[in-house]
Design a protein around this ligand. Structure first.
Ligand SMILES: NC(=O)c1ccc[n+]([C@@H]2O[C@H](COP(=O)([O-])OP(=O)(O)OC[C@H]3O[C@@H](n4cnc5c(N)ncnc54)[C@H](O)[C@@H]3O)[C@@H](O)[C@H]2O)c1
Length: 260
């Protein structure tokens, strides 16, 4: 059953990583506030099967008024916020020389400004409580450069920087801030990127030492670890790669494949 003293907010909860994260946090006893552009009905049903209390909120989180109304709704419902998972994000693949200012700005607004606005709104509640955990879903693209992703990689590098800065600023007042950096995950985002000709399954599985994509479960478990202060009480300001070894591996391709 839900423990109303453990309230988790998950953005981008309608599908993919956000959906599986919401389900896992519900399994672990959190009440859930779900945010997405649309109502996250399927996630709501799945979460309720675990007996969790749920609040759904639809709106574009790059709009500060939307974030303010979302935080107010959570405060009115439960009076607290214990975990914020900044998961919502968009992909954008294009050669740098073709990216317009408007496109670059839009990626930053959703992938970097929105997590800041949410951290500010819910972090304020956490600081008043003297406890809380914020988990930002960045990417391996927040740790290394990957061609054709100037806007996306800038946003994710920025999100890692925001993570470290808020950890330094708020850690002394009981609010931990960490990031999870997934490698490639089989979600709708991956399907859309592959449909656009960005890469193939073989490109990814050949490059990852562990030879596979991440599952949403792999990522959700890392998020849940960082979210839960009974599991990760002294972990603050970290960017945890969950990438099967991608960012650790400097091997050339034939050397890597020789070890399969
Ligand atoms: N899939 C991958 O391979 C991968 C790898 C590394 C990092 N990530 C990151 O993980 C996060 C989740 O990715 P996913 O693969 O589950 O993506 P997804 O596209 O399947 O789901 C993202 C969700 O975010 C929502 N969203 C997008 N913009 C929004 C906005 N402005 N306001 C509110 N909701 C919004 C979408 O409606 C969608 O439901 C993203 O931040 C993504 O950058 C994904």
């Amino acid at each position: 059953m839900t423990d109303p003293s453990r309230v988790a907010i998950v953005t981008g909860a309608a599908q993919g990583i956000g959906r599986r994260t919401a389900e896992l946090l519900a399994e672990r006893g959190f009440a859930l506030a779900l945010s997405d552009l649309r109502q996250a009905h399927d996630t709501r049903r799945a979460v309720q099967e675990h007996g969790a209390e749920v609040l759904e909120f639809a709106g574009d989180i790059s709009d500060e008024d939307v974030v303010t109304r979302f935080a107010r709704a959570v405060k009115e419902r439960w009076g607290r916020a214990d975990v914020l998972v900044n998961n919502a994000g968009i992909s954008f693949i294009a050669p740098a020389e073709n990216v317009t200012a408007a496109e670059f700005r839009r990626v930053l607004e959703i992938n970097l400004l929105a997590p800041f606005l949410l951290a500010k709104a819910f972090g304020t509640m956490m600081l008043a409580q003297g406890s809380g955990s914020i988990v930002n879903v960045a990417s391996v693209a927040g740790l290394v450069g990957i061609a054709d992703r100037a806007a996306y990689n800038s946003s994710k590098h920025g999100l890692v920087g925001l993570t470290r800065t808020l950890a330094a600023e708020w850690g002394g007042r009981g609010v931990r801030v960490n990031a999870v950096c997934p490698g490639w995950v089989k979600t709708e985002m991956d399907a859309a990127d592959q449909a656009g000709g960005g890469y193939t399954d073989a490109d990814i599985t050949g490059r990852v030492p562990m030879g596979r994509f991440a599952s949403t479960e792999d990522i959700a478990k890392a998020i849940a670890f960082l979210a839960d202060s009974s599991q990760s009480a002294f972990v603050n300001g970290q960017a945890l790669a969950v990438d099967g070894g991608w960012t650790a591996d400097g091997s050339w391709e034939s050397l890597r494949l020789r070890h399969r």
